[in-house]
Write a protein that binds this ligand. Structure first.
Ligand code: NAI
Length: 251
């Protein structure tokens, strides 16, 4: 590996499994000191042991948890250069089928988390010299579906909030960049549970048919994009969105 993230310290949320775990693995391989965090303590500990990295129990919807997490990173590592706001929950339901509690929960986990995480991390990231915030949105934040109203809305808001953060940060000498990434259907537990829930509906094939390159994304495809945005190779890139969609948005 090329150590593209040498001397950088990263915090990744929702990293006990799935995309967050894959990003952690690749960032460690590229030389970063990585703190993984999650709300699922059992899975978090197992993953921290597997990757030999530090773990922080962090519910991304909880402001006090964020303050403690950033304090811990400051004490243990002295700086923070990379924040990946990855934790998120999927949810099916068109607008009529979605109740207000579900709507609020999805926005709380997927959107409020990005607000809280970015807000609480920024002072340390600036103090650290420079930094990169990577917000995991989704293709669903750009292309809507009839039956994922809350998820669509939360992920679209993450895209726009990322731009607002980027413009705010651009005013500072110690530049912290902020970008959003937009994966298409990727083979993680989130998508697998959707596929397994209704085998008779052949959901995997239906998902693949929407993607011009005719396959689901793999977690490594998303991790590669995150490493690029975390590294200095992307130092002039801020306020943009990176679509990792196998050509879907070109149709
Ligand atoms: P996943 O369900 O495998 O992992 C999500 C992780 O977030 C879990 O470890 C879970 O415990 C954690 N989490 C949930 N609520 C939390 C909270 N309040 N605080 C802290 N951690 C919490 O999901 P996956 O597939 O790895 O997705 C990661 C991100 O990528 C999500 O934001 C998702 O919306 C997004 N995404 C996923 C796609 C996919 O096809 N898998 C496509 C596009 C976006």
């Amino acid at each position: 590996m090329a150590e593209r993230l040498k001397d950088k310290v990263a915090l990744i949320t929702g990293a006990a499994q799935g995309l967050g775990k894959e990003m952690a693995k690749l960032m460690i391989a590229e030389g970063a000191i990585v703190f993984i965090s999650d709300i699922n303590s059992t899975q978090l500990e197992a993953t921290a042991e597997e990757l030999s990295c530090s773990a922080i129990l962090l519910d991304v919807t909880n402001s006090e948890n964020w303050v403690k997490a950033i304090d811990q990173i400051k004490n243990d590592a002295g700086k923070l250069n990379i924040l990946v706001n990855n934790a998120g929950i999927g949810n099916g339901g068109d607008i009529e089928a979605t109740d207000l509690d579900t709507w609020r929960l999805v926005h709380n986990v997927n959107l409020d988390s990005v607000f809280l995480g970015s807000k609480h991390s920024l002072p340390l990231m600036r103090e650290s010299g420079n930094g990169s915030i990577i917000n995991v949105s989704s293709m669903s934040g750009i292309v809507a579906s009839h039956n994922t109203s809350a998820y669509n809305s939360s992920k679209a808001a993450v895209r726009h909030l990322s731009k607002s953060i980027a413009l705010h940060c651009a005013k500072s000498t110690n530049l912290v960049r902020c970008n959003s990434i937009h994966p298409v259907f990727t083979r993680t537990a989130m998508v697998q549970s959707m596929i397994d829930a209704a085998p008779e509906r052949n959901i995997e094939e239906k998902l693949i048919q929407q993607i011009p390159i005719r396959k689901l994304a793999e977690p490594i495809d998303i991790a590669n994009a995150a490493v690029f945005l975390a590294s200095d190779e992307s130092s002039f890139i801020t306020g943009t969105e990176l679509l990792i969609d196998g050509g879907l948005s070109a149709t």
